[in-house]
Design a protein around this ligand. Structure first.
Ligand code: ATR
Length: 289
């Protein structure tokens, strides 16, 4: 029941109507018997500063931040966690209040650690491994940052637009990083010398479910683990190619759930029920949203 003591969090983004996060977090609050609610908050481009001030004024405990506000929210914050500063994006804000009701707004990024937690849950330990990351957008930055922190020894970033991959590796500035243009040939060659392949592009996402970064008719090396950040559909064309070739696969829902679980813990200070959260997401996906 919503009453005078209900605590609020939500997601600011544009658009937000297809977000799985409300279902995921509300299921977690319910499972733990917390009088909290998570609401979708559509915030138009250019309105992020007003939105954050509104959250503070309305007594919100925090929020997730999604496209297109992950970078533009940063100047509005009182403090930014080192991880978020390194990635250059914030996906979670926490609002704390002192005894005199003065509020502090802190920014975090749970995507990098969420990715690593999902990878480990999928049975892959990144320490000492060679990795191919396809894509060079915001998601790729978080993935690469997570892999560097987790001890990967070589990370090759392949992107359709080479300059963007070069900018990513120069921003993150680590000798373990190299960049290449994404072509079917460069991908197959690079995958030969790697243990993990991560797709951070939108290729294969509904409604273009036939799309895959991996060329048709070429087997995926069976000793590879393939992680696709796309979770709609849960088994993308890429993951199907990998499974049929005998490679290990990890779907993108794991990262959504793990980044959400970390945000939940930042807000509530309690361990998140990640199994409940995953089940709520799967139910929502099945319902076709
Ligand atoms: P996000 O922040 O979610 O990572 P993004 O910044 O829009 O999203 O990045 C999307 C990524 O998917 C980019 O790496 C993009 O490649 P470009 O930098 O060349 O645009 C990649 N991408 C999107 N559609 C693609 C396609 N059809 N083939 C290959 N890469 C694609």
């Amino acid at each position: 029941m919503i009453d005078g003591r209900t605590q609020l969090v939500g997601v600011i983004g544009w658009p937000v109507e297809h977000s799985l996060s409300p279902a995921m977090h509300n299921a977690a609050f319910e499972a733990l018997g917390l009088n909290w609610r998570y609401v979708p908050l559509p915030v138009a481009p250019g309105m992020v500063e007003a939105a954050v001030r509104g959250l503070v004024a309305l007594g919100f405990r925090g929020a997730n931040v999604t496209v297109p506000h992950k970078q533009s929210v940063m100047p509005v914050l009182d403090s930014t966690a080192p991880e978020a500063a390194a990635i250059g994006a914030v996906n979670t804000i926490l609002i704390t209040r002192g005894p005199d009701a003065t509020a502090t707004v802190s920014g975090y990024n749970t995507d990098a650690q969420g990715f690593i937690n999902a990878l480990r849950r999928g049975g892959f330990e990144p320490q000492g491994t060679r990795v191919i990351v396809v894509g060079a957008g915001g998601a790729a930055r978080a993935v690469v940052r997570g892999l560097l922190a987790a001890g990967a020894v070589q990370i090759t970033v392949l992107n359709r637009t080479l300059e963007r991959a070069l900018r990513l590796i120069s921003d993150l500035g680590d000798p373990r990083l190299t960049a290449q243009e994404l072509t079917p040939e460069s991908l197959v060659t690079a995958a030969d010398g790697a243990e993990l392949l991560v797709n951070t592009t939108t290729v294969g996402m509904w409604p273009d479910v036939q799309g895959s970064i991996w060329p048709a008719g070429v087997p995926v090396p069976s000793r590879l683990t393939v992680f696709d950040l796309v979770y709609n559909p849960l088994e993308t064309s890429l993951l199907r190619q990998a499974r049929k070739s005998g490679a290990q696969t990890i779907d993108g829902l794991g990262m959504l759930v793990e980044q959400g679980a970390l945000a939940f813990e930042i807000w509530t200070g309690q361990p998140a029920p990640s199994e409940v959260m995953r089940a709520a997401c799967e139910k929502q996906l099945r319902a076709g949203r």
